[in-house]
Design a protein around this ligand. Structure first.
Ligand code: FAD
Ligand code: SF4
Ligand code: SF4
Length: 816
């Protein structure tokens, strides 16, 4: 056989593997020349992170040393970039001026880091993370300590951050999206990852958009879109990669995102093949080694005139940061025709999620326990039916096909000294002993006697299993109404645990409370969102995606899909200027109906969604803000004219109503809150059927709670009487705050009152002065963060995508 000439451009892992395979099978087929822009041999690029962190050295990660090239008679042109390809003459020219002929050419130019085009990107100290030179630059910078900002919370960014931290730098990771590695992980695993990264002392800022890199000659810091400035001695950009296709494009080959190849790994020129990250195969450009190695095998075969084909790869991801175990593969987006199996172990930081479609595994996310990753991945790649093993699938290969776990048997198997309640240090034998010795049959009795599950309560399930194991049929569990199908916990337990465990995000609550679903459902998400808003003012960022449509768009959807707009009219008062502005808006936007509401304000009906921001802008310009007519929050404070105009008026009911409304607007509550202030017992403002009503009397103010005039009609009950306007304001705020803390989501005030009893409310708001003051102060504190006009925010561009013209929203979603 005559020896042909093979030229390889690029000397990364993909062509390295292809050459290995070729030389194994047909060592003498080609005279081989390799152009390598890097001044070195082939090394394991994926092990750069252990080199950065100090766990390995460059020598440890070599794939082919100099001797290997010599032994196989290969010519490696180190540090010599190929600058052009002449397809006519079948020649490649190198940066050193050398020209090499080829019969077959293999392009393997890999990819380059993407640089965000922001001011300061070219400053000294702005680094990327791709090759050994980058690692050496980072190590040099880390010698003098200082601060590093890593832009990008994906695989590479996090590995760079962990390495730099290990080398003694103060590291902050900036990530544009709300959770880390969002392309590989769902929000639940993203939360655990963020927690683990932060536990290493690395700061993480999600939702952070880098505006510019600041500095004179070299990097001094980074400025974010929101104006925050972070000091930095180096900035590492790890925001993605771009396949290197320029050389191929200049040679006239077909290049889209990457160099286009067919199933034979052949480019648009039959004598030129391509392999690795630089290629695009069936529309996909890969960025992981496993698919590149599959391609390399095909390339090696084709270079020996074989007929192997590459048909695409299913990939999986792992993070190489010591102590962080994560695995993900496939498609784990939610979908109507998909089911999921979720297992969470809060104590051990474990989260596992399998996504199933038509009895086949299509997505895998594992965090904290990844030992079954390879097995799940194999099931997914094979498209195996999981029907028979569905019950035990999530527990992994060891349990495959076995019977479902019996929790009572599991608890029976625990040793006597196994700790059941971590908060109070109570072990199994103590609980079992107390149950048998004192004849305890209820959870409350066990709690009272042993303190097990009496603090944070997260071991309640375990204690109940222990009771079931000890009492057998004699154990009747307390009937708890779970919040929804995603959890066994009641609203009250969830609420209590959010505070006790300081859970400050929805993913944190779901993981630590061991939710059975990955992202919750339409019942629990809005409830969790409210509890977090109410419990952590100023710390929790409202998750507007967890709100119903009306609260998402700050208007009420109507039966024809248009919206109604209700500006706030403080205490039902308006002015000629406001009325004129409303009239102008109606004319300008052709609003078909204008109606006075039962809450003493004006409703503009029939506004298309895309017009909402413009309508709000005009109303804002006239000094009007949202009336929150759509909110689980304060709606209206209806008033009568009181002493201002009425002969019977005993107090300034209008003035008090306005003051209450100005104090309370914007507050989120478990359900809507309607209020009213009447100037005398004739009660023209109908205060006795409101959630909270004030009846002015000669001696002061009668405060009423718990009325309703919707599907249920209920008169209020008198909570107390106070003498001054200031007291009336304080008591009203205190009772609303108590309702915010104790009310279950979607429970109106009157229902909450029926449940806890008016006496309990009186005890806390009226009789306990210290508690009332604390409630009042907490309410005012939370209002500092709540009183932002949502219309003005959206006029300024917030959530702009919500108001883009779109298809009609399904009416089911519209129904609240
Ligand atoms: C820090 C880091 C960690 C990673 N971790 C993982 C991981 O955990 N798992 C995983 O699967 N993947 C990982 N990857 C990705 C993986 O390393 C790549 O997918 C793989 O190395 C790509 O191989 P390649 O041969 O296609 O390209 P490359 O390895 O990029 O090699 C291309 C080579 O061609 C050279 N070159 C470019 N143009 C020319 C030219 N005109 N002339 C001559 N030479 C040229 C380049 O200098 C480069 O040396 C990681 C990557 C990095 C950077
Ligand atoms: S409630 Fe009393 S004060 Fe108010 S308008 Fe009616 S009669 Fe007048
Ligand atoms: S009373 Fe019924 S029909 Fe009238 S606005 Fe309310 S929900 Fe709609």
């Amino acid at each position: 056989m005559t020896t042909q000439k093979l030229v390889v451009i690029g000397n990364g892992m993909a062509p390295g593997r292809a050459l290995e395979r070729l030389l194994e099978k047909a060592p003498d087929t080609y005279e081989i020349t390799i152009f390598n822009a890097e001044p070195r041999v082939n090394y394991d690029r994926i092990m750069l992170s252990p080199v950065l962190s100090g766990e390995k050295s460059y020598k440890d990660i070599l794939i082919h040393d100099d001797a290997w090239y010599a032994e196989h008679g290969l010519t490696l042109k180190k540090g010599c970039k190929a600058t052009s390809i002449d397809r006519e003459k079948k020649q490649v020219t190198g940066a050193d001026g050398s020209v090499v002929d080829y019969d077959k050419l293999l392009i393997a130019t890999g990819s380059s880091p993407f640089i965000i085009p922001i001011p300061g990107k070219d400053l000294d100290g702005v680094l990327t993370y791709r090759d050994l030179d980058d690692v050496e630059a980072m190590l040099e910078a880390a010698k003098s300590g200082g601060s590093a900002v890593v832009i990008g919370g994906g695989l590479l960014g996090l590995e760079a951050a962990a390495g730099l931290k290990e080398r003694g730098m103060d590291v902050t990771v900036l990530h544009l999206m709300p959770t880390l590695m969002e392309r590989q992980l769902d929000t639940a695993a993203g939360y655990l990852l963020e927690r683990a990264i932060e536990a290493r002392g690395i700061k993480v800022r999600t939702g952070a958009n880098t505006h510019e890199i600041i500095g004179e000659d070299r990097v001094e810091g980074v400025r974010l879109d929101d104006g925050t400035e972070l000091p930095a001695d180096i900035v590492v950009m790890a925001v993605g990669i771009r396949p290197n296709g320029d050389l191929a494009r200049d040679a006239g080959l077909e290049v889209n995102r990457g160099i286009v190849v067919d199933d034979a790994m052949q480019t648009s020129d039959p004598d030129i093949l391509a392999v690795g990250e630089c290629v695009e195969h069936r529309g996909t450009a890969y960025g992981l080694v496993a698919p590149l190695y599959e391609m390399a095998a095909v390339v090696a075969d084709r270079l020996q005139d074989g007929s192997a084909t590459y048909t695409g790869s299913v990939t999986s991801t792992r993070l190489k940061v010591t102590g962080i175990d994560l695995f993900s593969a496939g498609d784990f987006a939610e979908g109507k025709d998909r089911e999921e199996i979720v297992l969470r172990d809060a104590a051990n930081g474990v989260y596992k999620r399998l996504v199933i479609q038509e009895d086949k595994l299509i997505g895998i996310v594992l965090y904290g326990d990844t030992k079954d990753g390879a097995w799940f991945f194999q099931l997914m790649r094979e498209g195996a039916s999981i029907e028979e093993m569905r019950e035990t699938l999530i527990f992994g290969q060891n349990y495959a096909g076995g019977s479902p776990l019996d929790p009572t048997a599991a608890v029976a198997a625990l040793p006597d000294d196994a700790e059941i309640c971590g908060c109070n240090g109570v072990c199994k034998s103590k609980i079992v002993g107390a149950i048998t010795e004192h004849g305890l049959t209820s959870l409350d009795e066990v709690r009272a006697r042993t303190k097990a599950s009496a603090s944070c309560g997260s071991c309640t399930g375990l204690v109940e299993q222990l009771m079931a194991f000890t009492l057998g049929d004699g154990f009747v569990p307390d009937a708890v109404q779970p919040m929804c199908g995603c959890t066994d916990l009641s609203h009250d337990d969830v609420r209590r645990l959010i505070v006790a465990k300081e859970l400050k995000s929805i993913p944190a609550a779901m993981q630590e409370l061991e939710w059975r679903t990955s992202c919750g459902c339409a019942k629990c998400r809005p409830a969790l969102n409210f509890y977090l808003v109410a419990d952590w003012p100023g710390e929790y960022e409202d998750d507007y995606q967890s709100r119903y449509i009306n609260e998402r768009v700050h208007a009420n959807i109507q039966k024809d899909g248009t919206y109604s707009v209700v500006p706030r009219m403080w205490g039902g008062m308006t002015s000629s200027q406001e009325l004129r502005a409303i009239a102008d808006v109606v004319d300008k936007f052709g609003i078909p109906s204008v109606k006075v509401t039962g809450g003493q304000r004006i409703d503009l009906l029939g506004v298309p969604k895309e017009n909402l921001p413009a309508v709000w802008a005009d109303l804002n310009a006239a000094g009007m803000v949202s009336g929150h007519a759509y909110a689980k929050g304060l709606r209206t404070v209806k008033t009568c004219v009181g002493t201002d105009w009425c002969r019977f008026g005993t107090q300034d009911s209008t003035g008090l109503g306005v003051k209450i409304e100005k104090m309370m607007w914007g507050s989120w509550t478990p359900h809507k809150v309607k209020m009213a202030v009447s100037g005398c017992p004739r009660n023209c403002a109908e205060a006795t059927c409101k959630d909270i009503g004030v009846i002015c009397v000669d001696s002061g103010y009668e405060l009423h709670v718990g009325g309703a005039a919707g599907m249920h009609i209920k008169g209020t009950e008198v909570m107390c009487s106070v003498e001054t306007e200031a007291e009336a304001l304080e008591y009203c705020a205190a009772v609303v705050q108590l309702y915010r803390e104790q009310g279950r989501y979607l429970e109106r005030i009157y229902k909450w009152m029926d449940r806890v009893g008016l006496d309990a409310i009186r005890e806390q708001v009226v009789e306990d002065e210290a508690k009332r003051t604390a409630l009042f102060e907490k309410f005012l504190y939370s209002q500092r963060f709540a009183q932002k006009d949502p219309w003005a925010e959206r006029v300024a561009g917030k959530d702009a995508h919500e108001f883009a013209p779109m298809n009609r929203i399904a009416m089911r979603e519209a129904a609240e």
